[in-house]
Design a protein around this ligand. Sequence first.
Ligand code: ZN
Length: 345
Amino acid sequence: MKHFFILICLLLVSSTRSTQANDVQKVLPRFLISASSEVKQDRKEIRRLEYSPRDYDAATAWQKQVRAELVELLLLKGSLADREQWDLGVKVLSTTEQPGYLLREVTFNSTPNQRINALVTLPLGLGTGLFPAVVCIHGHSSNRRSVYESDTIYHGFAARLAAMGMVTVAVDVGQHEVRNPDTTLMGERLFDLIRCVDYLESIPEVDPKRIGCAGLSLGGEMAMWLGAVDLRIRAVVSAGFLTVMDQLEQNHCLCWKFDGLRERVDFADIYALIAPRALLCQIGEQEPPSQFNKVLAKQAFSEIYRIYADKDAPKKARLHIHPGGHEMHLPTLSSFLLEILGTSP
Ligand SMILES: [Zn+2]
């Protein structure tokens, strides 16, 4: 905008100096018209797939198209198709008993060339049968253990779910290194989580129809992506992340961004791919205005809500503004997952 005004001033000065006063009338309007259509063009190239209200079937068709385009941009199409042939090759490294559950360290194959470490918990003393399961996701500067630790911003939410009788799994979310040059950072992060769902499905005690995911911050972002792309996820808790892309381009790490994303969608559209499956977004009242604040969260949520209304599931999308800061709020996380995924056998 600053350059725009400087250019106008220069144009006016040079035109005023000109002995041909008529040139100002001729040149200035043309310049303004061309600048304004350029601005319009720029905005057109942002979020061209934005969701707008439509009927149930048209909403499903929109989801299918947007999901396919995003999977393509994430460079995940090949791996998603091939992974059924890829053996997980699970190895148990250790098992320890915790109050109410067994904690195992395991490794399995994400791709044929990449093994990943995971923590998994199995309920104890609740009998036999099928259990609900949750992929628990950490954010920046944390690791798979952080979500089980009570003295962190995660408040040990994974341990809480484990003690409630849910199977849980957590892996290290890629921070800023891309392991394979033919992939994207976001695609690698997401694919590891999709393989967690494959792994959960391979556990005989897990009910494959009752798998959810939950995360905070970057983990809340990854919960959004996992729910959006993997239709096996029945419930998503996305904490400390709901915002708009214009905001996240300021004062924040840009690792959420990749080529072609902004041109197609905003975060509300990615969340919209989860409908009509259950979604709980949490935002802390004490989040600083420059970060994941409640005003922008409400704005984004009102956009997500449109597709839930179109899909006859308005009660499946919820936004909880809690009194805390950038942290997981355990009471609503637990009650939401219990309500949607159910209790143990
Ligand atoms: Zn980052």
